[in-house]
Design a protein around this ligand. Sequence first.
Ligand code: ACO
Ligand code: V55
Length: 276
Amino acid sequence: MTARKYQTVKVEREEGVAWMILNRPEKRNAMNPQMHYEMEEVLNELSLDPEIQVLVLTGAGEAFCSGMDLKEYFRDLDNDPAEQIKVRWAMRNWQYFRLRMCPKPTIAAVNGWCFGGGFTPLISCDLAIAADEAVFGLSEVNWGILPGGYVTRDVAMVMSYRDALYYIITGKTFDGKKAAELRLVNESVPRSELHSRVMALAQDLKKMNPHTLRYAKDAFKMSRDMNFEQAYDYLAAKNDQLQFRDPEKARDTGIKQFIDDKTFRPGLSPYKRSKG
Ligand code: ACO
Ligand code: V55
């Protein structure tokens, strides 16, 4: 597959892991319209690339993402309603559809500044590891808006009621360690260890059956908004769909390896894949 060139995003492939690096370091990786359009293509490319098993989202330089570009995304489009619609479609498409429902596991590696609109791609990733030194903030109130797009809704999903309101209405910042305490990220590590920690987590995910993981994450993300009866039926149907779709037949293989062959215990490790 030919490597595609993007101006606002850099893609680095490393042992089956694709690092998607927001790449406007001189603007602290603020998301301008071009970045939204390019991220749609990047996610299309990497989600369908058979060489890639895990996707990582991070930022070049000192920032993870300083949020929406206040000039190019907001002020420059104030008098261009058609372009506003177009770029908001692109934003929703990559952040909320292609990233959140990505068929492969995704990890946010929060290397530095993460403000406002930057929370949405962060929360859309399945897992998140922050640098202790990273700085987060819902800075919208500092310049006269409420957290728009999906930000308020996403924060309501992942943070506690008290913590979410505290940061929404004070606009105060917090660091990576605090983000882990708030459970906005899974854990935080010193900045110098961020890359190796994310790669180690990605290696764990690579050992798993990708079909199982895909359906497990879809099931979690979809069922949490259903009532119990809908969720029960949906999850049963989703499991049946997985058995039908899984070319590795992991369920039957796993039971055989445990009950007949006694080669592993599923409580303690994944079944031994015949391929991958
Ligand atoms: N939109 C547009 N430009 C930005 C953004 C942004 N969100 N963030 C940074 N930049 C630009 C600056 O305008 C500056 O550009 P210039 O060099 O052409 O003058 C450059 O990036 C560097 O910014 P500095 O402020 O000089 O960098 P510093 O390292 O001192 O501070 C920080 C970094 C804290 C991230 C600061 O730039 C900042 O407060 N950015 C805005 C954060 C924010 O509130 N984002 C919006 C959230 S709300 C939403 O997304 C809807
Ligand atoms: C944000 C706000 C938006 C948007 C996307 O606060 C992100 C973040 C006000 O519009 O379209």
